[in-house]
Write a protein that binds this ligand. Structure first.
Ligand code: GDG
Length: 734
């Protein structure tokens, strides 16, 4: 059992809808065997070694929904805890809500979404039951890792009960673009649920981006590239595609089972080249589309019937749902038509099997297939594509891959296709069949290497590492008691001190209208007292334009940094000078007209022109409307300004665009580098996201102070501007 160096034993608590076990009864006796599959094998090692539990539905409950005693004993012996479901609960939570609502929506099949409020309440209730089962199990030091779309509410339920718990969540299916996600009636609940985790992880960066924009648009929360500040925590976002247990696929061809199947296949092929498709029978997998492309191929090249054969394995799935039965009927019909059209006695071009095959058969198929056609209309990742590559015993073979699946991100050397384009699908089959061995190897070799290097154990290690890391980023320590005394003492002992203070929200409380936040006489007195001390080099570092800083603070003698670090005026000088060369402002007219359009729409909001930046303020507008519009605006600006030398900055009730590279951090570094000698005491204080740069740029040992309470790079925190002024009173000796 691993232990953390500074704390109690760390156990891993895995949570998934299904436990990785297959249970049945033979003559009343319980028969159990471990389930295969990427996730089950990938997590089984950390499960075993972590000494923790795997919590989930065992797939077998009594008629009353209870778990039989012998099942409990069996599960317990394998480190598993069962969550019981009645048949009705299973139908509402799993079949209807998870499979017939979340699944189609997240795969962009909006016309197949069946949402029902009563079923959604069952989904909530079962998520609660999972959360309770986890809470009954967790101990100090545990790490909880929740899997997939059946359990999206669990993280927040855990967080509410155990705020300090380490929680990760992985979504195995796509996270759809916000335009699609917003259709979901329970959209807020889903986002709140997921944001309870320390890390929300996906297969690809696209899904991370979709999640981020959905959070921004639906909840109106400011998001960062890799994290989302939420309820005083910072939720980390991770893109980490699932990997394979590569050993499973690299069984040598001399293995008797595999060898037998390879021989069998060769006989059936009768010298024809093999095209292969393998999937669960699901409408997301694009099986009819692919069969039609094969039909077109044979129509265009009738002679190919003697040189090519297509094997399609479709594993029965979700057979209780009508759309899956309809799909099966459609495929059955298509198979008959295609073989009827192109086959002749003794020559069957399309071999279709509605049944799973044992692993040695699958390995033999992957190894013998000249072309694997992996063309889902939409797929979170797709393990089959990776397995085909991993199972080859040399660099031969061609992978034709849909561009709408997560695996396309990692398998860039495959032949990418748009599965909705029937002509392109057919053309890609022609291309694949014509590809020579050199090109095959050139494409296959790097994919083989990549898949071997990024196996399921790398995936597990990265996900768990991210959860541990995210949790470590804590709130700064309160600046009180001994810490406070320590700072005062260090200040007094120092001879040369540099101080960088933000203004709004740090020295001075916010006002509904920014122009009303002028400094009270006490603030001016404090700043003047500090600057009178020859051993203090004081800078006010603000987002405000220079003329405002000059008017309000010009008499205090403090150095002034305006517009988030664009201009600076040292103590005793009259003019502001740019801190960053000669920035390009080509984007200004476009941004101005967008801001003006929004100012017109949102009553109470207004545009502020600064020498370099332009800002849209909405503090005085009606909050819900303004927040909604701010999300739209941000989204729009991100697209308009892509490739421009400009940064979009979301502050507190303000969106600002300014030249790229300008930042408080840059200003601080430039000012520190320009002074004579290194100060022996540096203090930096601020309240919002723009001040994080100040905290990060502060030299080691600096006293950095967040005014507020959230995760931050600052060392200390003070609750409000008033306590910040209190600290300055001590420092200035007032
Ligand atoms: C979900 C996401 C994501 C298939 N037929 C047979 C068989 N299989 C195995 C394959 C593969 C697995 O089933 C299918 O995995 P996929 O990834 O292709 O698809 P989903 O089941 O939809 O999985 C998906 C995945 O979660 C993981 O995050 O990649 O996007 O939809 O491992 O080998 N295995 C055997 N016989 C068969 O006939 N033995």
């Amino acid at each position: 059992m691993p232990t953390t160096s500074d704390g109690p034993t760390e156990r891993l608590i895995l949570v998934s809808n299904r436990l990785p076990i297959i249970l049945s009864r033979k003559d009343g006796e319980l028969v159990a065997h471990a389930a295969a599959g990427g996730l089950a094998t990938g997590l089984s090692r950390p499960h075993r070694e972590g000494g923790g539990r795997w919590i989930g539905w065992p797939g077998m409950c009594e008629a009353d929904g209870e778990i039989a005693d012998d099942v409990r004993v069996e599960l317990d012996a394998r480190g598993m805890t069962g969550v019981a479901l009645t048949p009705d609960e299973h139908a509402a939570y799993y079949v209807r809500t998870s499979n017939r609502c979340v699944w189609p929506l997240f795969h962009y099949f909006t016309e197949k979404v069946h949402y029902d409020d009563a079923d959604w309440r069952v989904y909530e209730r079962i998520n609660r039951r999972f959360a309770d089962a986890i809470l009954a199990e967790v101990q100090e030091g545990d790490l909880v890792f929740v899997q997939d779309f059946h359990l999206m509410l669990v993280p927040a339920m855990l967080r509410a009960a155990r705020p300090g718990l380490r929680i990760g969540f992985f979504l195995h299916i796509p996270f759809p673009a916000d335009e699609t996600f917003r259709i979901f009636p329970a959209r807020e609940a889903v986002l709140h649920g997921l944001l309870g985790a320390d890390v929300v992880a996906f297969h690809t960066l696209d899904y991370v981006r979709h999640f981020r924009t959905s959070v921004r648009r639906v909840l109106g929360v400011e998001t960062l590239a890799e994290s989302i500040p939420w309820e005083g925590r910072e939720v980390q976002l991770l893109a980490q595609p699932l990997g394979l247990e590569t050993a499973t696929w690299q069984v040598p061809s001399t293995d008797p089972d595999v060898q037998r199947e390879i021989e069998e296949l060769s006989r059936a092929a009768m010298g024809r080249r093999l095209l292969l498709g393998v999937e669960r029978l699901d409408y997301t997998k694009g099986i009819p589309e692919r069969l039609r492309a094969f039909d077109d191929l044979l129509t265009a090249h009738p002679e190919m019937v003697d040189s090519v054969m297509f094997v399609q394995i479709a594993v029965p799935s979700r057979t209780e749902a009508e759309e899956y039965r309809d799909l099966k009927d459609e495929i059955d019909r298509l198979v008959g038509e295609i073989n009827g059209r192109h086959g002749r006695p003794g020559v069957v071009p399309l071999h279709y099997q509605y049944r799973g095959v044992p692993l040695p058969v699958l390995i033999a198929l992957y190894r013998q297939a000249d072309v694997a056609l992996v063309a889902p209309l939409r797929d979170g990742l797709n393990l089959v594509a990776k397995e085909y590559v991993a199972a080859r015993d040399d660099d031969s073979g061609v992978l034709v891959l849909s561009e709408f699946i997560g695996a396309a991100w990692e398998l860039g050397e495959a032949l990418h296709v748009n599965p909705f384009d029937r002509a392109e699908l057919r053309a890609s089959l022609e291309r694949a069949l014509a590809m020579g061995p050199e090109e095959q190897a050139r494409r296959m070799a790097p994919m083989r290497r990549r898949i071997a290097e990024n196996d399921v154990h790398v995936w597990t290690a990265r996900c768990l590492g991210a959860i541990r890391g995210a949790h470590r980023r804590r709130h700064p320590e309160p600046l009180e008691g001994e810490a406070f005394e320590g700072v005062i003492e260090a200040w007094r002992a120092a001879r040369d001190r540099a101080v960088f203070l933000d203004y709004d929200g740090t020295l001075r409380e916010f006002e509904p209208r920014p122009e009303d936040a002028s400094p009270a006489p006490r603030v001016l007195e404090l700043l003047s007292a500090l600057t009178r001390d020859a051993g203090v080099d004081l800078w006010i570092v603000s987002g405000r334009p220079s003329y405002v800083l000059d008017e309000w603070l010009g008499e205090t003698g403090a150095g002034l940094v305006a517009e988030h670090g664009a201009f600076a005026r040292p103590h005793g000088e009259r003019h502001f000078a740019p801190l960053l060369g000669d920035p390009s402002l080509t984007w200004r007219p476009a941004v101005r007209s967008i801001f003006e359009a929004f100012a017109e729409r949102v009553v109470g909001s207004r545009v502020e022109e600064k020498p370099l930046g332009i800002a849209w303020h909405y503090r005085a507008a009606q909050p819900s409307l303004a927040t909604w519009q701010a999300r739209e605006l941000y989204q729009h600006l991100s697209e308009v300004l892509a490739g421009e030398n400009a940064d979009i900055l979301q502050g507190d009730k303000v969106i600002e665009v300014r030249p790229a590279g300008v930042s408080k951090a840059h200003a601080m570094r430039a000012l520190l580098a320009a002074r004579d000698g290194t100060p022996d005491f540096v203090l930096a204080a601020g309240d919002d996201q723009t001040d994080e740069g100040l905290f990060r740029a502060a030299p080691p040992g600096a006293v950095s102070i967040l005014v507020g309470d959230r995760r931050s790079a600052a060392r200390y925190r003070l609750p409000d501007p008033r306590s910040m002024r209190g600290l300055l009173e001590h420092l200035s000796g007032l």
